[in-house]
Ligand binder design. Structure first.
Ligand code: UFG
Length: 332
């Protein structure tokens, strides 16, 4: 299959490109490099030994998309393109709604024009809102605590409505939990611009001496050690989930959502302590007040993804911590 990765130079897109190529598929990447860089595509080429067709373009730009669909025989699209900083989305909501929704609409319209009927969408566990975990796909979607989350929820709705209206359109919504870690080569990984918003890049940067101290948001949650619990999933396992999704839409005409998580919750302190132990490095931290919008616990029910996609994670929290540190040491 020829798979177009919209936003394919980013953290999850680049790991998915590697696994798609390893599985025998061909990839085409479109990315505006607003939160990534062309170097990551070069690194994917180094890892796989294959060259990749890539386009620098904004995925909102329909003229650019039309050219890409005309020049390549695309069978399927995976849509990773989008803004994802939760805090920024609360300060600049219009920017998030404009960018994320328009990107999705442009893609879906250009797919229709080009006769491409299969799309896998990067959604998020954030669409469940603040319900009691484990999150099951049959739960109604919840109240999101920020505009970023609402864009994910709305994009799911848009794709679902489009699939209802067009019986040929096949949609897989992948609800990611907390992707961390990096490719074992250390060539690609999470490389946020500026101060990291997410926990693992912050932990790695403190361990590697790039930043002085980690602030842990909240030590008084109703969890065993008082810090929030999350379902951390190795980014390579997450990437393999996309291969399962692509295999699924090759054979079934569906519109469905699947959780991509491990089903296990680890607290912030458990993650930090595991990181220190497996990498034999200190992580200086202090516990401060809660971060607005955080929920105490979030983890997946993985049974539906196992049943329908035959998806199961294999990588441990120790491997996630080792690979994240290896990446920063090789790239700091
Ligand atoms: N945390 C800290 N210090 C930091 C950063 C994070 O203590 O410097 C804590 C947070 O308070 C939270 C945990 O680490 O308890 C994980 O935080 P992240 O920011 O890494 O991830 P979130 O769970 O907040 O959000 C992630 C993705 C979102 C997605 C959500 C879905 O970043 O895109 O999971 O559940 F919507």
């Amino acid at each position: 299959m020829v798979v177009l990765l919209a936003g394919g130079a980013g953290y999850i897109g680049s790991h998915t490109a590697v696994e798609l190529i390893n599985a025998g598929h061909e990839v085409v990447i479109v990315d505006d490099y607003s939160n990534s860089c062309p170097e990551s595509i070069k690194r994917v080429e180094e890892i796989t030994g294959k060259s990749i067709a890539s386009y620098e373009a904004d995925v909102k730009d329909k003229a650019a998309l039309r050219k890409i669909f005309a020049e390549n025989d695309i069978d399927c699209v995976i849509h990773f393109a989008g803004l994802k900083a939760v805090g920024e989305s609360t300060r600049l909501p219009a920017k998030y709604y404009r960018n994320n929704i328009d990107t999705t609409l442009s893609l879906i319209e250009c797919m229709k024009e080009a006769g491409v009927t299969k799309i896998v969408f990067s959604s998020s566990a954030t669409v469940y809102g603040d319900q009691k975990p484990p999150y099951v796909e049959t739960m109604p979607k919840g109240e999101c605590s920020n505009p970023y989350g609402w864009t994910k929820s709305m994009m799911e709705q848009i794709l679902t409505d489009c699939a209802k209206a067009d019986p040929e359109l096949t949609v897989v919504l992948l609800r990611y939990f907390n992707p961390i870690g990096a490719h074992s080569s250390g060539k690609i990984g999470e490389d946020p611009q500026g101060i990291p918003n997410n926990l693992m890049p912050y932990v790695s940067q403190v361990a590697a001496g790039v930043r002085e101290q980690l602030t842990i948001f909240g030590g008084d949650y109703p969890t065993p050690d008082g810090t929030c619990r999350r379902d951390y999933i190795h980014v390579v396992d997450l990437a393999l989930g996309h291969i399962k999704a692509v295999e699924k839409i090759l054979k079934d005409n569906i519109c469905d959502a699947y959780n991509l998580g491990t089903g296990k919750g680890y607290s912030v302190l458990e993650l930090v302590n595991t990181f220190s132990k497996v990498n034999n490095v200190d992580v200086n931290y202090k516990i401060v007040e809660r971060r607005p919008g955080d929920i105490d616990a979030c983890y997946a029910d993985t049974s539906y993804a196992l049943k329908e996609l035959n998806f199961k994670t294999t990588k441990t929290i120790e491997e996630m911590c080792k690979d994240a540190y290896n990446f920063i040491l090789k790239n700091k």
